[in-house]
Ligand binder design. Structure first.
Ligand code: NAP
Length: 283
């Protein structure tokens, strides 16, 4: 059955957005739940997020998934925001409740769910090292702290940005000392939230990787948020030294599942969404 006059519309906004797996993941779930809902991609230029939200309200679009470059602008222009959106200054999801637009952020929760599923890792009392200081690093670092991590150290090429993330995290947050092997060796969890793990050339000498895999070891859980390729060269190297490795596909699936639950109020068919992500190029 295709869309009809009663179909509830949700979508993803971003630029570029055509590569996004969100519509496919959400449509897979809507079909499984037998809901007359559909998700589409809206190419929205930078600076147009406020106009897109007005369009959402006027058209009665029930929910939006939000990707680059709109996460900060959406957080600013929604009517209400969750505590996480306020802390991060970024929203990856909008829920339309009878014209009131609420900003949510499911990235951190999706990350924690994927860690639990892939490695049965619970952050409470654990030492965590997050590499990167962009939007993904921020969401992950805050989620780890909120889940009770004893410390969340942030390592970034641009140290000033690492300090900003550490400040968002609160008492558990601090800036990691670059080049200190103990910083890496003592971590229970190491998360790469930069694109650099994809770089094959860097694998030759490890010089471009802020954390050379030879500093990692068995007993650690190591995550690369990048999911294409699966695994990245950096994550493969981490696995080769004995670390338990987790790629970014689980975070992608679980953050999308959490969005669907916010929009519909129903439990998401996570396993089906997972299978669909693997089948559609999340490999
Ligand atoms: P972003 O805001 O652009 O941040 C990128 C970060 O990577 C910055 O900290 C930047 O350092 C660092 N970086 C970039 N190139 C570098 C290099 N050559 N050497 C050292 N550091 C470098 O990006 P983001 O939105 O946070 O996303 C980060 C990564 O996570 C992306 O690769 C994205 O694909 C992935 N991600 C995955 C998911 C998922 O669901 N699995 C969700 C979100 C993001 P500076 O501060 O020094 O510039």
């Amino acid at each position: 059955m295709g869309p009809d006059a009663h179909t509830t519309i949700v979508g993803v906004i971003g630029q570029p957005v055509r590569h996004s797996l969100s519509p496919m993941l959400h449509n897979t779930a809507f079909a499984a739940l037998d809901l007359n809902w559909t998700s589409v991609a809206f190419e929205v230029a930078a600076g147009q997020a406020a106009a897109a939200l007005e369009g959402m309200r006027a058209l009665g679009i029930a929910g939006l998934s939000v990707t680059m470059p709109h996460k900060a602008a959406v957080a600013e222009f929604v009517d209400e925001r969750s505590a996480i959106v306020t802390a991060l200054g970024a929203a990856n999801c909008v829920v339309n409740r009878e014209g009131t637009l609420r900003g949510e952020n499911t990235d951190g929760g999706g990350f924690l769910a994927s860690l639990d599923r892939a490695a049965a890792f619970a952050p409470a009392g654990k030492r965590c090292l997050v590499i990167g200081a962009g939007g993904a690093a921020r969401a992950v670092a805050l989620a780890l702290a909120d889940a009770g991590a004893s410390s969340v150290a942030v390592l970034n090429r641009t140290a000033a940005r690492a300090a900003e993330v550490a400040a968002v995290v609160g008492a558990a947050g601090r800036v990691a000392q670059a080049g200190d092997p103990a910083e890496v060796g003592q971590a229970d969890l190491v998360v790469n939230a930069t694109p650099v793990g994809m770089n094959e050339a860097a694998a030759a000498d490890g010089s471009d990787w802020l954390v050379p895999p030879m500093l990692l070891h068995q007993g650690q859980v190591v995550v690369d948020l990048v999911y294409a390729p699966r695994p990245t060269p950096w994550l493969a190297a981490a696995g080769a030294v004995g670390a338990t490795t987790v790629d970014g596909l689980g975070m992608l699936v679980h953050q999308a599942a959490a969005q669907l639950e916010l929009w519909t109020g129903l439990p998401a068919p996570v396993d089906l969404m997972w299978q669909a992500a693997v089948a559609h190029g999340g490999v």
